[in-house]
Design a protein around this ligand. Structure first.
Ligand SMILES: *[C@@H]1O[C@H](CO)[C@@H](O)[C@H](O)[C@H]1NC(C)=O
Ligand SMILES: *[C@@H]1O[C@H](CO)[C@@H](O)[C@H](O)[C@H]1NC(C)=O
Ligand SMILES: *[C@@H]1O[C@H](CO)[C@@H](O)[C@H](O)[C@H]1NC(C)=O
Ligand SMILES: *[C@@H]1O[C@H](CO)[C@@H](O)[C@H](O)[C@H]1NC(C)=O
Ligand SMILES: *[C@@H]1O[C@H](CO)[C@@H](O)[C@H](O)[C@H]1NC(C)=O
Ligand SMILES: *[C@@H]1O[C@H](CO)[C@@H](O)[C@H](O)[C@H]1NC(C)=O
Length: 629
C-alpha cells in the first residue's frame, strides 16, 4: 500500500538527482536568475578548503598553464609589468592565452572562472599598439573628471579587446613628495583633486545602479572591467618619498590626506582595493588588521575584495621572505582576500592550508575572503561570460581612443612662463616661419614621452616600442608646409647662432622609470637636458617643454627661457602638444603639484607654513586659441 505516493516519487527523484552526473544537475550557483547572495551561498557550501584557498591565489602568467589552473584551483592570474605572451603580441594572441588559462579553470569540478588582471595604469600600457594616455599627474592638471571618466571607458574597451576583465587601476595615491618614484601615478598632492579623478572608476566599471548599497562592487557588463583602488593607504606619504617606506602621520592626517580618495572609490562601487607596501607609523600595511578589516571592511563597508601587492606578503618581513609562513598568517589575518603571490604558489597554498588546519586562521576568515572574490566574479558576469572572442580586437589603439588621449594631452599642459618681462607672449607660436629649430632628448622619442609602465615595467627608449606620434612628428605636421623644421637632438650654441632660426622648441626631461627606480633625491633631469637648454636658449628665442613625472630642478634656467611648458608624461599622442603650442587650442592646464625652487624645500605642499614655491599649486597661464595662421 502506498499511502503517500507523491512523497515516494519525490524521494526517488531526489535520489536520482543527487547521484546523477553533474551536467544533468541543477546547480543554483550557475543560475544567473538567482540572487548573487544565493549563488555565493550555494557555491560556498560545495567548496573544499583546497578550492577556497585556490580562489585566494593569484599567480603570474609566466607560471600559469591550463594544468596549473586546474590542479590548484587558482582563482586569478596576472601580467606583471611588461609580462606579455610574446613581444608585440596581437590582441588575438592575448585572448588565446587568457582563454587557455580559463579553460583550465572551467574544467575543474566546480568550474569557477579565474579572473585575469593587468596594470592598465595609463591605457592598456603593456600591450603593443594600445593607446597610451597621459600618466595620472597630467590628468590631474586637466581638472576634468568627465574627460578622465571617458579615458576609463576607453581603457576598459582596450583591455577587453585582449580578453582581460580586470585592471589594477586607478592609483589614488596622494603624492606628498615628488622624490617618490611613483609620484606620476598620483593625480595630485591635493586629496580633493584625487577624489574628483576617481571618476575614472565609473569609466572603467560603468555607473553604479541608483539603488546600489554602499560598498557593493559593480561592473556594468562585458565592455567594462573591474577596477582596483590602490595602494591602501598612505603610499604617497612616505619619508622623503622613499618607495614602500614609512608614512609618519597621525590618524587624523591619514583620514584627511590619504583616505578621502577611498571614500569616493567605494561610493563609486570599486570592485577591489590593493594594499600598499608602505608602513603607517611603523606597521606594514599588509599586516594592518585595524585599517584593512577594521576600517576598510567594517567602517567603510567595502564589500569587494582586498588584494595584496606583488609579493606584498613576502615584504612584511625585512629582508623579504624571511619568514613566509608568518607573513601569510599576518597578511590573511589582517584581511587580505586575494594574494598576488605571484610565482611560488605551492608555498603559499601549503602555508595557508597549514594555518587553517592548525586553527591559526579561522575558517570564517577564509570564507570572508572567498565570498568577496566570488561576489566580484558573479556580479561582473564572469560565470556567464568566462571566455573572450575576437569581436572587440578593433578597439585596441583605435582612432577614437587616440583622439581622447590627444584631448587629454592638450588639457594637461601647464604653461609656466610665457615671455620675458616687457616682452610679447611667445606662445602660441606662429606656424609660418622660414626656419625653426626643434631640439632635445625628448623631442623625438616615444619611450621618453610615455614614461614608465609602457610596454615594459620601466618603460623604454626610442620609437620602435609601440605606435604613436612624437612631438617632433606632430610639430612637422602642424606647421605651415613652407616652414623648414630643423631637428638636432643636442646642438651646440655655434650651430644655433649660425643658423637664422625664427625660434626654437626644446623638449627635455626625465628618462622613463617606475617605482623604486624612480626615487630621486636630486630631482634633476637627464643630461644633456640642461646643456641643451643653455646652448639653445642662449642663442635664439626658445620655448622649453619639460617631459617629467613631477616637478624637477628648473629654477636656475627659467630666466634663460622665453616660455616654459610642463607636459608631464603625455603618452603616445604627441599631437596634443603641437595642438596647443601652435594655438589650435589654448593652454588651460593647472599644476596639480607645487613646483619647488630647490629640493631642500621638500616636502612642500600647498598650505604648508614654509610654502615658497617657484610655481604654486594650481598655477597655469592661459592662452586663447589662435586662428590667425
Ligand atoms: C625606510 O628606508 C630606510 C632607508 O632605506 C630603511 O632603513 C627602512 O627600513 C625603511 N623603512 C621601511 C618601513 O621600509
Ligand atoms: C616564523 O615566525 C613564527 C611566528 O612568529 C615563529 O614561530 C617561527 O619560529 C619563525 N620561523 C623562522 C624560520 O624564523
Ligand atoms: C617555492 O618555495 C619552496 C619553499 O620555500 C622552495 O623549496 C621552492 O624551491 C620554491 N619554488 C620556486 C619555483 O621558487
Ligand atoms: C611553508 O611552505 C614551505 C614550502 O612548501 C614549507 O617548506 C614550509 O614548511 C611551510 N611552512 C609551514 C609552517 O607550513
Ligand atoms: C628597438 O630598437 C632597438 C635598437 O635598434 C632594438 O635593440 C630593440 O630590440 C627594438 N625593440 C623592439 C621592441 O623592436
Ligand atoms: C640624481 O639622482 C639619481 C637617482 O638617484 C642619480 O642617478 C643621478 O646620478 C643623480 N644626479 C646627480 C646630478 O647627482
Amino acid at each position: 500500500m502506498v499511502k503517500y505516493p507523491i512523497y515516494w516519487v519525490a524521494i526517488l527523484l531526489s535520489i536520482c538527482y543527487s547521484t546523477s552526473i553533474a551536467n544533468a544537475e541543477y546547480l543554483k550557483y550557475k543560475d544567473p536568475k538567482q540572487p548573487i547572495n544565493a549563488r555565493i551561498r550555494d557555491l560556498m557550501s560545495r567548496m573544499t578548503l583546497e578550492e577556497k584557498i585556490g580562489q585566494m591565489t593569484q599567480i603570474e602568467r609566466s607560471v600559469a598553464s591550463g594544468d596549473v589552473m586546474n590542479k590548484y584551483f587558482i582563482g586569478s592570474v596576472l601580467s606583471g609589468g611588461g609580462s606579455v605572451p610574446a613581444a608585440k603580441a596581437s590582441p588575438e594572441a592575448w585572448i588565446s592565452m587568457v582563454n587557455e588559462f580559463q579553460q583550465g579553470s572551467l574544467s575543474t569540478r566546480l568550474g569557477i572562472p579565474m579572473i585575469y588582471g593587468i596594470d592598465a595604469v595609463h591605457g592598456h600600457n603593456n600591450v603593443y599598439k594600445a593607446t597610451i594616455f597621459p600618466h595620472n599627474v597630467g590628468l590631474g592638471a586637466t581638472r576634468d573628471p568627465e574627460l578622465v571618466k571617458r579615458i576609463g571607458a576607453a581603457t576598459a574597451l582596450e583591455v577587453r579587446a585582449t580578453g582581460i576583465p580586470y585592471v589594477f587601476a586607478p592609483c589614488i595615491a596622494v603624492c606628498r613628495d615628488p622624490r617618490w618614484g611613483r609620484c606620476y601615478e598620483s593625480y595630485s598632492e591635493d586629496p580633493k583633486i584625487v577624489q574628483e579623478m576617481t571618476q575614472i572608476i565609473p569609466g572603467l566599471q560603468g555607473d553604479i545602479p541608483h539603488n546600489s548599497r554602499k560598498g557593493v562592487p559593480f561592473v556594468g557588463g562585458q565592455n567594462k572591467v573591474a577596477a582596483c583602488a590602490k595602494h591602501y593607504v598612505g603610499d604617497g606619504g612616505t619619508t622623503t618619498g622613499i618607495n614602500e617606506n614609512n608614512t609618519v602621520i597621525d590618524f587624523h592626517g591619514l583620514l584627511t590626506t590619504h583616505m578621502p580618495g577611498y571614500y569616493n572609490a567605494i561610493i563609486n562601487g570599486v570592485s577591489t582595493v590593493m594594499v600598499s607596501y608602505s608602513s603607517w607609523n611603523g606597521v606594514k600595511m599588509h599586516a594592518n588588521y585595524n585599517l584593512i578589516t577594521g576600517f576598510l571592511k567594517n567602517t567603510l563597508k567595502f564589500r569587494g575584495f582586498v588584494i595584496s601587492d606583488w609579493q606584498g606578503l613576502d615584504r612584511i618581513t625585512s629582508p623579504p621572505h624571511a619568514n613566509y609562513s608568518m607573513s601569510v598568517l599576518e597578511g590573511i589575518h589582517a584581511g587580505i582576500d586575494m594574494v598576488m603571490v605571484p610565482y611560488n604558489y605551492t608555498e603559499f597554498i601549503s602555508n595557508l592550508t597549514s594555518h587553517v588546519k592548525d586553527n591559526h586562521i579561522p575558517m570564517s576568515r577564509i570564507d570572508d575572503a572567498v565570498q568577496r572574490i566570488l561576489r566580484v566574479k558573479f556580479q561582473m558576469g564572469l560565470f556567464e561570460h568566462p571566455l573572450a572572442d575576437n569581436s572587440q580586437v578593433h578597439q585596441l589603439g583605435s582612432q577614437e581612443h587616440r583622439e581622447i588621449a590627444r584631448e587629454a594631452v592638450r588639457k594637461s599642459l601647464v604653461l609656466l612662463k610665457n615671455g620675458k618681462a616687457a616682452e610679447k607672449p611667445m606662445l602660441p607660436l606662429p606656424k609660418k616661419a622660414p626656419k625653426i629649430l626643434v631640439a632635445g632628448s625628448h623631442a623625438d622619442n616615444l619611450g621618453n614621452q610615455c614614461g614608465g609602465w609602457t610596454i615594459e615595467w620601466q618603460g623604454l627608449d626610442g620609437n620602435n616600442l609601440t605606435q604613436g606620434t612624437t612631438i617632433l612628428k606632430a610639430i612637422k605636421k602642424t606647421v605651415d608646409p613652407k616652414t623648414e623644421v630643423v631637428y638636432q637632438e643636442n646642438p651646440d650654441s655655434n650651430f644655433v647662432k649660425s643658423n637664422k632660426f625664427s625660434y626654437a622648441i626644446v623638449v627635455v626631461g626625465e628618462r622613463p622609470y617606475a617605482e623604486t627606480f624612480g626615487d630621486s633625491l636630486n630631482l634633476t633631469i637627464a643630461e644633456p637636458g640642461y646643456s641643451t637648454i643653455k646652448n639653445v636658449c642662449g642663442a635664439v628665442k626658445c620655448v622649453v617643454v619639460v617631459i617629467s613625472g613631477r616637478p624637477v630642478v628648473i629654477e636656475p634656467y627659467v630666466s634663460k627661457m622665453n616660455a616654459l611648458v610642463a607636459a608631464w608624461l603625455p603618452g603616445s599622442e604627441g599631437q596634443g602638444v603641437a595642438d596647443v603650442l601652435f594655438g589650435d587650442y589654448g593652454f588651460t592646464g593647472k599644476s596639480p603639484r607645487t613646483w619647488f625652487k630647490t629640493v631642500d624645500q621638500l616636502p612642500m605642499n600647498v598650505g604648508d607654513p614654509h610654502y615658497d614655491p617657484l610655481f604654486p599649486f594650481g598655477f597655469g597661464l592661459t592662452t586663447k586659441p589662435s586662428k590667425d595662421y
